[in-house]
Design a protein around this ligand. Sequence first.
Ligand code: CA
Length: 223
Amino acid sequence: MRILLIEDEKDLAAFITSLLKKAGMAIDTAHDGEQGIFLARTNNYGLIITDYILPKLDGRSLIQELRQEGKQMPILMLSARQGTIDKISVLDAGADDYLAKPFSSEELLARIRALSRRPHNIQSDVLTFKNLKLEPESFKLSKGNKNIKLTNKEFSLLQYLMINKGRIVSRETLLDHVWDDGLDSFSNTVETHILRLRRKIENKDEKIIHTIVGRGYCLDIRK
Ligand code: CA
């Protein structure tokens, strides 16, 4: 899952970034509200985490604008402010949840899991394709009755392909959804990860990830 974090406290932003990366998520960071709303409009995020008090555009206005534009992704608000009035005003503006600072890593991860389980978000559904079964909640992939160990990136990549089974997914789309902004899109990292993934899930008689030359990759549901 690709996440946008909008937080002007750089130490906290760095802490959350490393926490979420370890949990297998791709994360982009903005340090003020204007940069945040720009990224939220430009990219496809599975979740936005935003601070309340931000330079240039505050978290509440940012959420309101995104909702008015029809953006549906779950949004978690962070804030050092306490009290029910703020909480209600934030939820009214269109945030899905609210977490008061300071919070523990466990609590943040639990809130993220809960938000990604909501119906408008398919990121945590169990996915199947042929005899593959991928369980995002427990970070497990099995093929028949055999468990297969994947790296975080391989897991996210396969998850995205399984969500889109039957459709051709371009390299650019994969870069957009599975990788974060820090990556040079000319690098061969998509190809490298597809290759490693194939070695783990395919054998010589069975192709799972098909390459459609010039267009992308596909889990073909007809074969
Ligand atoms: Ca702040």
